[in-house]
Design a protein around this ligand. Structure first.
Ligand code: HEC
Length: 154
């Protein structure tokens, strides 16, 4: 399950819509998002943005250095762009681009490992397509490294 503290409001709104329209597959979240009105969603998104997002820690530290390099420089040889180009140098995200800083290690690993399965291939109405090739081009150990790195970002 993701940590939502400090998450970008527009991203939260987009994802709740994607759950509700079943572009992002999750039976529990589909029910939750169906029950929320648009005004409840924006109130919730504003509230989450203001919660304390300090890292909780706990991710393995061994590959954090490798993760930092992937985050800041990408992997040109594997067609992986620098994550910082979109998610920002400090991982805070903006608008439809989510905050990654302080995100739980297991959640980030899970999303990046099964991107297309969980989030679909994207369509004209969502931004999921942007991440699909990047997630596919990362190996498991590269996913673990970058997930560990962002989990420690403030
Ligand atoms: C071209 C811009 C761009 C680049 C480069 C990029 N991302 Fe993303 N990323 C996005 C967008 C947009 C989303 C939201 C997708 C959606 O709406 O489903 C996203 C979503 C994510 C998520 C899901 C977060 C969550 O809370 O579920 C993770 C994890 C992620 N990106 C990691 C990375 C990593 C790691 C890299 C570098 C290897 C990277 N991204 C590079 C734009 C980008």
């Amino acid at each position: 399950m993701p940590r939502l503290a400090g998450q970008q409001p527009q991203y939260i709104e987009n994802q709740l819509r994607a759950f509700s329209e079943r572009r992002r597959t999750n039976p529990i979240m589909a029910n939750v998002s169906h029950a929320l009105s648009p005004s409840m969603i924006s109130a919730l998104a504003t509230h989450l943005k203001n919660l304390d997002s300090k890292p909780i820690g706990g991710a393995p530290r061994g590959a954090v250095g490798v993760g930092k390099r992937i985050y800041e420089e990408g992997l040109p040889e594997s067609n992986v762009p620098a994550c910082s180009a979109c998610h920002g140098p400090d991982g805070k995200g903006q608008n439809e681009i989510p905050r990654l800083a302080g995100q739980l290690y297991e959640y980030t690993v899970g999303q990046l490992s099964g991107w297309s399965k969980v989030r679909g291939l994207g369509s004209g109405v969502d931004t999921s397509a942007v991440m699909a090739p990047t997630a596919r081009n990362l190996t498991r150990s590269q996913v673990e490294a970058v997930a560990a790195y962002v989990s420690y970002l403030q």
